[in-house]
Design a binder for this molecule. Structure first.
Ligand code: PXL
Length: 282
């Protein structure tokens, strides 16, 4: 099983490839990487970061891989530095994804109702195009709103399933992470997703107050790790959501600054144990 993770390298801040590579590799599959940019830190909460766009290197890298006849079972794309890179990812899918392989798009472009620095509405429109080429997309609620032209302020508990339905116009198996749901005075954080039978489902974990950077990357990477091991989507979502919530809980206990990312390292063993158990049972 060979996975390709297309994402940036934020040297400090634990997101994108510095999260994807360890989690997907530890899941027990080959994870090759295609860096889209190298930054000294990610762009959320740091000032003065460096940003080297690697677009110029990408065609030569993929040409070399083609000469080696490399093909991928799963490709996951994340943070892309420009519209040009969105086009490149579409081509990489055509050229390097095996027939019957899975294209997973994390449309990493915003959080808490706003787009990250560097992104605008034109980028959102192009990202919709990339989502149309995907089998699975894993936006957070903010990104799901931008992809469906839903005002973030209108995204209430009652509207999550409708937003998910709208995402189905882009991709057959959409999901939305980070959806707050309150029942009996208790708020939980839900993932709404489409399972292998095409049914809309949700999975809830404890809501831990605060903003936690890199949670989407931990979730997407664990989901890919589980799917790459052949685990059913319902199980993969549960394992990835629990791993992410456990990492958030530990980070809150550690009281580290949110911009330095999640302590997922401490939860890796529990994640792998859950994955191993699921592989044996299914
Ligand atoms: O985790 C999302 C992400 C990835 N890469 C870069 C980012 C962000 C979010 O801010 O800035 C460079």
């Amino acid at each position: 099983m060979r996975v390709l993770a297309i994402n940036d390298i934020s040297c400090v801040g634990k997101c994108s490839l510095t999260v994807a590579l360890p989690i997907i590799s530890a899941s027990g599959v080959t994870c090759d990487i295609l860096p889209t940019a190298i930054l000294s830190t990610h762009t959320g909460g740091f000032k003065g970061y460096t940003f080297r766009d690697l677009s110029e290197d990408i065609p030569a890298i993929t040409e070399h891989w083609k000469s080696l006849s490399l093909r991928y079972d799963i490709i996951i794309s994340g943070y892309l530095g420009s519209i040009h890179q969105i086009e490149m990812v579409k081509n990489i899918k055509k050229e390097l994804l095996k027939e019957g392989g899975l294209m997973i798009v994390d449309p990493a472009m915003g959080d808490n109702g706003i787009l990250y620095s560097h992104f605008d509405q034109k980028f959102v429109e192009e990202m919709k195009g990339l989502c149309r080429t995907a089998d699975i997309i894993v936006p957070n609620l903010t990104e799901a709103c931008f992809l469906t032209d839903t005002p973030y302020s209108k995204a209430t508990e009652q509207s999550y399933p409708a937003i998910l339905e709208k995402l189905k116009a882009l991709c057959p198996r959409p999901s939305i992470t980070g959806c707050d749901v309150t029942a009996n005075g208790k708020t939980e954080s839900c993932v709404f997703y489409t399972n292998d039978a095409g049914k809309i489902q949700s999975y809830a974990t404890e809501k831990i107050e605060g903003a936690f950077h890199g949670a989407g990357d931990v979730y997407a990477s664990a989901l890919v790790g589980c799917l790459a091991r052949g685990v059913k989507t319902d199980t993969a979502v549960r394992i990835a959501a629990e791993f992410t919530t456990n990492s958030i809980r530990q980070t809150a206990l550690d009281k580290t600054e949110a911009r330095y990312g999640l302590n997922s390292e401490s939860q890796m063993f529990a994640y792998l144990s859950a994955l191993d158990k699921a592989c044996k049972e299914e």
